[in-house]
Design a protein around this ligand. Structure first.
Ligand code: GLN
Length: 543
């Protein structure tokens, strides 16, 4: 039977609970246990799919097509366990499920209430599909004391009681701030936070204390005394040099040991941390450096491109180089900033996914620069669509090429599938996947042309990658685009949807309709990112 680790946060938000959960799961996995991490978000959106990247950062997409919190990306990157729809639940979805049920009359006239109906639903989400697991880590979003997280706190309190003794524990992540004027770390906020938690009926077993300075033994003992935990269960969590240093750092502080002790597991194998040590070695001892220009819309907002940032870093691990990312606001190129002056120092140019017309001409200008100057180019989702529009305009003699996403156009090189596909083809697709005018979400297979650049990179001609888009490159433009040198080298298995384009006569020019960054892992860098960074290393030797 699975054991449960409930993770809550106190004092302030942004303490890195998600990374903590991912790191603890990685440590348990390194000892041979089977793990899964779940995230409970107290907000009322049904999922983060409709939330602005400014509010919420990246929307992470799972194989089974769920739009989820970006913490699920950390979970996957740290454990290699593919996240599922059922691993992220929001309060909005809980209420939606209950209200639909109520409208159907399923409650047989009963009054529907937070306790037990909402809490039961939360407990059902936490415990579903856990048969083949040793540990389920449940991270509760938000901070103790928030009104909206109360049903989740109550649900985990109940679940702790429902489960057998020793089958679940509570880990509370808090902040121990340093007051410069006093020159001291302060434990009072942690004491208050734990008091708040205990008032909800939850006594934490382990406290993970984020601090910017080493926690003296005296303060550790003080926290233990006031918060009713053993001193060894007060784990200092100093800021790490990199997120990939967190698992080994927490291990050195005894986190996994304490967790196992709290469960009464005395005979667990020692963790094998070789892969984490190897990643840290690659990160700390790079043999070179490349600069990648990411030309996008949400600059100054690294969380909006979280997985992309990590995947580029992984590409660096694969090549033992440091990847410096220069975020470039595409809109500035429309306002007169010089494209060449900005992009000349780059060893690779990447146009990421995005929505809407703002900055698009700047992105197209960046594709043109990369193509003409033979600089490695990687277009992802909207980036591939921009590469096709650039190719149509400048190498296929279609000057009015555009996408219907930006408004009406006489040359819809990119459009909604319903707009460009013939009736017969459309019926074929919609019968299978219900695509018409909605987002294509989750994993889809693609078939690669045997002798293409990408088939060489992947080492196979059949792949599966994750999608999140509404618009598709119009296969009707294949001939003129290919004549202009832009080859459709990956298609949906039925041959209707272009999934990958490439320029074989260019040092490295690839556009993909999917999001490969979502599947990259530090210990298993995505082949496209590894290859793109390799090309950037070659480019760096030329300039
Ligand atoms: N806006 C484009 C579409 O919906 C691309 C989406 C994306 O880049 N994720 O097709």
């Amino acid at each position: 039977m699975a054991r449960y680790i409930f993770i809550t946060g106190g004092v302030v938000s942004s303490l890195g609970k998600g990374l903590m959960a991912a790191s603890l799961a990685a440590l348990l996995q390194a000892r041979g246990f089977r793990v899964r991490i779940r995230k409970f978000d107290p907000y009322l959106n049904v999922d983060p799919g409709t939330m602005s990247p400014y509010q919420h950062g990246e929307v992470y997409v799972t194989d089974d097509g769920a739009e989820t919190d970006l913490d699920l990306g950390h979970y996957e990157r740290f454990t290699g366990v593919s996240a599922r729809q059922s691993d992220n639940v929001t309060q909005g979805r809980v209420y939606q499920t209950i209200i639909q049920r109520e409208r159907r009359g399923d409650y047989l006239g009963a009054t529907v209430q937070v306790i037990p109906h909402v809490t039961d639903e939360i407990k059902a989400f936490a415990t579903a599909d856990t048969e083949d697991l040793d540990f389920v880590l449940c991270e509760i979003g938000g901070t103790v004391g928030d009104i909206e997280s109360l049903p989740f706190m109550e649900a985990i309190r109940q679940l702790h009681n429902d489960l057998d003794r020793g089958q679940s524990i509570f880990v509370h992540v808090t902040l121990v701030p340093f007051i410069a004027a006093a020159g001291e770390l302060k434990t009072k906020p942690t004491q208050h936070s734990v008091r708040e938690l205990t008032s909800l009926g939850i006594q934490p077993d382990i406290l993970l204390c984020r601090c910017e300075h080493p926690l003296p033994d005296s303060e550790r003992r003080k926290i233990a005394l006031f918060c009713n935990v053993r001193p060894e269960a007060v784990i200092p969590a100093l800021d790490a040099s990199s997120i990939y240093a967190v698992p080994t750092q927490y291990h050195a502080e005894g986190l996994d040991e304490e967790v196992l002790r709290a469960f009464g597991i005395g005979d667990a194998p020692k963790p094998s941390l070789d892969r984490w040590l190897d990643i840290m070695d690659r990160q700390q001892n790079p043999e070179g450096e490349v600069t990648i220009g990411v030309v996008g819309k949400y600059v100054g907002l690294p969380d909006a491109y979280k997985s992309l940032y990590e995947a580029l870093t992984h590409g660096g691990f694969a090549n033992r180089v440091k990847v410096k990312i220069k975020w470039i606001d595409a809109e500035l190129f429309e306002k007169g900033d010089d494209v060449a002056a900005n992009l000349e120092p780059m060893h690779g140019i990447l146009v990421p996914g995005g929505f809407g017309v703002r900055g698009s001409e700047g992105k197209i200008a960046s594709v043109k620069f990369a193509r003409e100057r033979n600089v490695p180019f990687f277009g992802i989702c909207l980036g591939m669509q921009m590469a096709c529009i650039e190719g149509a305009r400048n190498t296929a003699g279609i000057p009015d090429a555009s996408t219907t996403e930006f408004g009406e156009t006489s040359e819809p090189v990119v459009g909604l599938i319903t707009e460009w596909m013939g009736k017969e083809g459309l019926q074929k697709r919609t019968a299978e996947t219900d695509l018409g005018g909605t987002m294509r979400l989750g994993a889809y297979p693609a078939k690669l042309t045997g002798n293409s650049v990408v088939a060489g990179i992947y080492g196979t001609d059949e792949i599966s990658e994750r999608h999140r888009h509404r618009y598709e490159v119009n296969a009707g433009y294949r001939e003129p685009l290919e004549k202009g040198g832009l080859i459709f080298s990956g298609m949906s298995p039925d041959g209707t949807l272009p999934e990958i384009v490439e320029r074989p006569d260019h040092p490295w020019f690839v556009g993909v309709q999917f999001h490969p960054e979502l599947k990259s892992k530090p210990f298993d860098p995505h082949p496209l990112f590894a290859s793109f960074i390799e090309a950037a290393v070659k480019q760096s030797r030329l300039v």
